[in-house]
Design a protein around this ligand. Structure first.
Ligand code: ADP
Ligand code: MG
Length: 473
């Protein structure tokens, strides 16, 4: 065991969902054909002026709330000056001195232990255009230029890769549920740079910054590899330099990109083309109104109605089903049964047909009827499996479907009894086995009963009745 203490701080960029870009009215949508969502502002033409998109400020306010940050009331934007082909203005508009959010935290749980990950600040900034290098040419896609980002910076308080992954998962869950961002690392709507240092005492060591990490899993891996690399360097008498590295996911190691020779000089100054903003109470309150229930609040709510933690996590992991289920809470039904149905037969159907539940004909009324029918035994699980396509695809009521499928009133005791009597008459050998204490015989008889009824009766009820009849036989 090494006696170095690792310290990690993460800088995360997420693309904010909005109709248009941060300072222009080009569409902010991922996946459009290259260079089709671009205008003169995005291209940095001389003489054009940025206009602030209010919706992004609202999203920034929501981010602050969700990440427990103080909201800066009076703020401005800053110019970060640098030359690079992805940045035709030669500066990026960001928030340096007055980030919209400060001093927040996100709570994570790792190995049963809770920990607050400090967030030093959140700032709003514009994305640069995207470059792609093909042989000896470089191509630029300006669709991304001016796309709104929030950068979320943690304090150096993360201790290992596992914590970093837990933090990113939590961040993703929060921002996704708050409708702030998709947070898809694979599509670049969430990007993470990992600052890593190690030290033998409380003073932080010299850090490296690892970029280009393609997944949350790889963030954890990159951090562990970088910690190990730094330990090896120090153990061999070397020193750690401030440098920028990248993660190579094939070789699973961090690779030097550049050494930070001198401190960056971005010559920040206040962006003169955008007025100072002062957020009023009304504007803040109004922006927060649209925040839906967030996962931790959902967890509490669902635990209170008796869902298991497995059911809860599965629901929360499936946003469309979760949103649908929230609407179902208006009805008084057995929620466990409802969730099980949503997570089993209904999910299988949706996955198979690649549909969202809102794209099907499964109204709340119909689902409520199904859940209640399962409860009374009017429907068996097998019936639901047979009916599922029709339930999802047509407008007929449950009663109409039951007729179509010739599903008998299987709570009808006399009907079940009739079948049981028949089975007992035809299987006297098994009946004797049962009486001689062979449990397998009961299973066999029960199988015959289900076979006779083609699985249309409630198995529990039939089983109880079968035992009763056998014992009185
Ligand atoms: P910069 O100005 O270079 O962006 P910041 O002070 O804003 O640097 O820090 C960037 C990130 O690096 C933050 O997430 C911070 O927590 C982290 N960080 C700073 N110093 C260290 C260190 N010694 N070890 C690990 N992480 C660090
Ligand atoms: Mg910084």
């Amino acid at each position: 065991m090494s006696n170095y203490i690792p310290t990690i701080g993460l800088e995360v960029h997420v693309e904010i969902k909005s109709k248009s870009k941060l300072f222009s009215d080009s569409a902010n949508s991922y996946g459009m054909a290259t260079n089709t969502s671009v205008n003169v502002v995005d291209l940095g033409y001389p003489g054009t002026l940025p206009t602030i998109n209010k919706e992004i400020i609202r999203q920034g306010i929501r981010s602050c709330k969700v990440l427990n940050c103080n909201i800066t009331r009076k703020m401005h934007f800053d110019r970060k000056n640098y030359f690079y082909p992805d940045n035709p203005k030669n500066y990026q508009i960001t928030q340096n001195r007055t980030p919209i959010g400060t001093d927040g935290y996100v709570e994570i749980e790792v190995d049963g232990k809770r920990k607050k990950i400090g967030i030093s600040d959140i700032h709003i900034e514009e994305d640069t255009c995207k470059s792609a290098h093909r042989g000896n040419v470089s191509l630029l896609d300006f669709n991304r230029a001016g796309v709104p980002l929030i950068e979320i910076v943690t304090t150096p308080c993360i201790s290992n890769g596992k914590e970093a992954m837990a933090y990113l998962n939590k961040l993703k869950e929060l921002l996704f549920y708050a409708n702030i961002s998709d947070c898809k690392m694979e599509e670049g709507s969430m990007r993470c740079d990992a600052n890593v240092s190690i030290s033998k005492n409380e003073n932080l060591g010299v850090r490296t910054e690892t970029k280009n990490i393609s997944s949350i899993h790889n963030v954890g891996l990159a951090i562990e590899k970088e910690i190990a690399r730094q330990e090896e360097v120090l153990e061999n008498g070397g020193t750690i330099r401030e440098e920028t590295r990248r993660f190579d996911d094939k070789q699973e190691e961090t690779i030097l990109m550049r050494v930070k020779e001198t401190g960056n000089d971005y010559r920040y100054f206040i962006e003169p083309d955008i007025p100072y903003l002062e957020l009023t109470d009304e504007f803040i309150e109004d922006s927060l109104k649209s925040l839906p229930l967030l996962p931790d609040a959902l967890r509490e709510k669902y635990a209170n109605i008796g869902l298991s933690s497995l059911q809860i996590e599965k629901l929360i992991n499936n946003r469309p089903l979760n949103d649908y289920f929230l609407g179902l809470l208006e009805y008084k039904i057995d929620y466990n049964k409802a969730v099980n149905l949503l997570l089993s037969d209904i999910s299988s159907y949706l996955n198979k047909h690649n549909k969202l539940i809102t794209e099907t004909k499964l109204s709340y009324e119909k689902l409520v009827n199904v859940v209640n029918a399962l409860e009374t035994g009017e429907l068996s699980n097998k019936n639901v499996k047979d009916l599922i396509d029709s339930l999802m695809e047509n407008d007929k009521t449950l009663d109409e479907l039951k007729k179509d499928f010739n599903i008998q009133n299987i709570t009808d005791d006399s009907f079940i009894k009739e079948i049981i009597t028949k089975v007992i008459e035809n299987n006297s050998e098994s009946v004797n086995d049962y009486k001689n204490g062979h449990d397998r015989a009961l299973k066999y008889l029960m199988g015959q009963v289900m076979k006779e009824t083609k699985g249309t009766i409630n198995p529990k009820k039939a089983n109880d009745m079968l035992i009763e009849v056998l014992n009185n036989n």
